[in-house]
Design a protein around this ligand. Structure first.
Ligand SMILES: [Mg+2]
Length: 341
């Protein structure tokens, strides 16, 4: 069948504002663009390597350079391709999913159908999505909230020594529903409980990763205590026991860059639902390319946090979009439906 050529290059995405979470600050997302060409058709994918998972732009491109394109001799047999990637060893999940994304995009373009049709999605409209406000100086927060005027749900990054001050400041300018992401920032059970008690009166609907992933016993206790649903993010890369996670959280935040595969993520949605978990799809800081792939997965999810492309200055791509209630929807174009802007 087809002979494929694989190309990749750095995709450096300057951010609108320095973005700060409990672990780091950054001004540029150092991503990687992947192109897979066969039969005159180009499938595209994007990796957003994450230092928390020992990945960088360099390590991502190094992995891509080691991929043997003869593996793609039947490009429609994605399961076999995935198994070949898995045999290349653990890690490099952002590189793996970028390649699989390009392959699915190629398949959709080759068949001239949008992937949501090929996968029999219930529709091309997904859940309502949030807009993320990073950690910032207290005096800047009202401006950050004003910039998010178009978005009905805010996701606020916490995990500082002034979390209550941050929430009080935000609550002084808006009463929109809030999701919290503590990014493992509350280091002991008492601190976590104290914050959750405070947040329960603040129209907060969900808390992502309140405590470090290593604190399983405390997280399980916190799940039983919390009136607000807790979601696993750093606790779940896609390879942990879903049953064990269900003891510690009410839901899981799936991210393609962590699971390393669209197909495996779809399988995890079914496993998670069977374990009684709510399902959220999230993103890293990435362009509309990777985020459209996440939007495709969102069609089967309860919650979506797909604002990564809104945090960058000049998005090189056009793909996912939002309707008047900020539900994400996918473009009616073949493959992922992503085009250059
Ligand atoms: Mg998170």
């Amino acid at each position: 069948m087809s002979q494929f050529s694989l190309r990749y290059a750095p995709l450096n995405l300057p951010l609108r504002h320095t973005f700060t979470i409990s672990r780091w600050s950054r001004d540029v997302a150092a991503n990687v663009l992947v192109e897979l060409e066969g039969d005159g058709i180009i499938g595209i994918g994007e990796a957003s390597p994450n230092a928390r998972y020992d990945e960088s732009q360099e390590s991502c491109m190094k992995w891509l350079s080691s991929f043997d394109t003869s593996t793609l001799k039947n490009p429609f047999d994605v399961e076999t391709v995935l198994q070949a990637m898995e045999r290349m060893g653990p890690g490099n999940y952002s590189a793996k999913v970028a390649l699989e994304m390009a392959l699915y995009d190629w398949i959709g373009k080759k068949l001239q159908v949008p992937l949501y049709d090929l996968w029999n999605a219930p529709s091309n409209v997904g859940p309502q999505t949030c807009f993320t406000v990073g950690i910032d100086k207290t005096e800047n927060l009202p401006d950050r909230v004003a910039e998010a005027a178009a978005y009905p749900v805010l996701k606020i990054k916490l995990g500082t020594d002034r979390d209550k001050e941050i929430i009080k400041t935000i609550r002084s300018v808006t009463d929109k529903p809030i999701w919290i992401d503590a990014n493992e920032g509350w280091k002991d059970l008492d601190t976590a409980k104290d914050h959750i008690r405070f947040l329960a009166d603040q129209n907060v609907h969900m808390i992502e990763q309140p405590m470090p992933a290593s604190m399983k016993k405390e997280l399980a206790e916190l799940k039983a205590y919390s009136p607000i649903i807790t979601m696993a993010d750093e606790s779940f890369t896609g390879r942990e026991s879903v049953e064990e996670l269900a003891a510690c959280f009410h839901g899981i935040n799936l991210k393609l860059m962590k699971t390393g595969s669209l197909r495996r993520t779809m399988q995890l949605i079914h496993t998670g639902r069977n374990a009684g978990l709510k399902i959220m799809i999230g993103c890293m800081i990435e362009s509309s390319l990777a985020n459209t792939a996440a939007a495709l997965i969102s069609l089967w999810c309860d919650y979506a946090d797909l604002d990564g492309h809104l945090l960058i200055n000049e998005d090189p791509f056009k793909g996912l979009a939002f309707n008047e209630s900020n539900n994400v929807f996918l473009p009616q174009r073949p493959g992922l439906g992503v085009i250059p802007r």
